[in-house]
Write a protein that binds this ligand. Structure first.
Ligand code: ATP
Ligand code: MG
Length: 387
């Protein structure tokens, strides 16, 4: 049976729990949905933890659904048929839209108390009508192929739908401050970035490259990752900084075992400076405890030490690589992340990096460098792009 859906029902996620802030959260979610659907014609109404999208061109239904799946703050989405709450029309439409074969159940919700029947009575009546019209279909309350939901709302309308498509979950981007993600071309940092978007944070990204030691393709990979992240983060600003001189100076002047630690301390310092200039209130990395030599507690402590006022969020700190890969696949970053272009960290990788760097020795080694002027010159190479 061909069903033409005339309404898309969006259920809010966790927003529902937010008490007094709920209005602000709902407004942000509405704005984010509008931003996503800016190329479409439609109308949207809000009512009781839900949004209803109507008056759209039905040939774009699937495209609209795809857009909505990447909006954080949405719990689930259903394509619906919306009709006036007239019992006879509900009964006959239900029997028409049910597929001719298979098994089904009917679930009725009756918020409109002016209707004199209970939900169970209505479900039985609808089920009976469906069976009458479709002799080859059977009722199965447990192992059904189709669940026909009949949602009779207070507003005088009834919504019929079969599926609940999971939304992005989380909170709407824009309700939780802004942050700066250290974005390499690897698997972890794009996932960490999207995880923070999912908690309502609008994230900017910073990427350090070592041109000419790293090539144009490595940078293009980061740009392409930003295009994917942008779908979840509703746009993303990318800060690109040339890191070559810093790496070369560290290589010349500092013990090889601390190379990675000192390099990461520079990344943090520059990230903090750029954050403070741009009203960004935290730094995000894709680190996971014990994954590589620099991701030990001592490694993490010695990088965080250089920060004067911002915190570092590490959403993947307790993730196994397989957990991260699962999310990378879900968010569509994995295929890009595994493209084999070198990152600035791999170009200057020492053979025996210190696993437990001693903070005092690291700080002493840094005395061989002119931190301020190195930072200054690196920041002068800053290029900003928007995706
Ligand atoms: P990823 O998969 O994100 O590259 P990783 O497991 O390879 O992480 P490292 O290369 O040690 O680990 O990097 C740790 C974190 O440092 C990254 O998750 C990222 O946040 C940041 N980082 C590493 N390289 C860069 C870079 N070139 N530009 C910006 N940030 C970087
Ligand atoms: Mg990496």
């Amino acid at each position: 049976m061909f069903v033409e859906y005339n309404c898309i029902l969006i259920r809010e996620g966790e927003i529902f729990l937010k008490g007094k802030n709920r209005n602000q959260f709902e407004k942000q979610l509405l704005n984010n949905i509008k931003f996503k659907l800016k190329d479409h014609k439609y109308s949207i109404n809000a009512s009781r933890n839900r949004f209803y999208i109507e008056s759209f061109d039905p040939s774009y239904t699937n495209i609209i659904l795809e857009e909505l799946k990447t909006v954080f703050g949405i719990h689930s989405i259903s394509r619906c048929i919306k009709i006036e709450s007239n019992l006879e029309s509900i009964f006959s439409l239900c029997s028409v839209i049910m597929p001719a074969n298979g098994s089904f159940r009917v679930s009725v919700k009756r918020a409109d108390k002016s209707i004199k029947f209970t939900s169970v009575e209505l479900a039985k009546e609808i089920g009976g009508r469906i069976l009458q019209r479709n002799p080859n279909i059977t009722v199965d309350l447990e192992n059904f192929e189709y669940e026909l939901n009949v949602d009779i709302r207070e507003n005088g309308y009834t919504y019929l739908y079969f599926e609940k498509i999971p939304g992005g979950g989380g909170l709407p981007v824009g309700v939780s401050n802004r942050g700066l993600a250290l974005l390499s071309g690897g698997i972890d940092s794009p996932v960490a970035t999207i995880m923070m978007s999912k908690r309502g944070m609008k994230v900017d990204a910073i990427h350090y490259h070592s041109y000419p030691f790293t090539g144009e393709l490595a940078l293009q990979k980061v740009r392409d990752l930003c295009k994917v992240i942008s779908k979840y983060n509703l746009g993303i600003k990318l800060y690109i900084v040339n890191f070559t001189e810093i790496q070369q100076e560290i290589y010349k002047a500092c013990p090889k075992e601390f190379l990675i630690t000192i390099m990461r301390r520079f990344m943090m310092r520059i990230a903090e400076k750029i954050s403070l200039l741009n009203n960004l209130s935290c730094i995000i990395t894709g680190e996971s405890l014990g994954q590589v030599a620099s991701q030990t507690i001592e490694g993490i402590t010695s990088t965080d030490r250089v920060l004067s006022s911002l915190s570092v969020l590490r959403p993947l700190i307790a993730f196994d690589k397989t957990d991260t890969i699962e999310l990378a696949n879900k968010y569509n970053t994995f295929k890009l992340s595994i493209l084999p272009y070198e990152d600035c960290c791999t170009v200057f990788l020492p053979e025996n990096p210190s696993i437990h760097p001693n903070i005092f020795e690291v700080e002493k080694s840094e005395l061989n460098l002119n931190l301020e002027s190195l930072m200054q010159r690196a920041i002068e190479t800053l290029v900003i792009e928007k995706y």
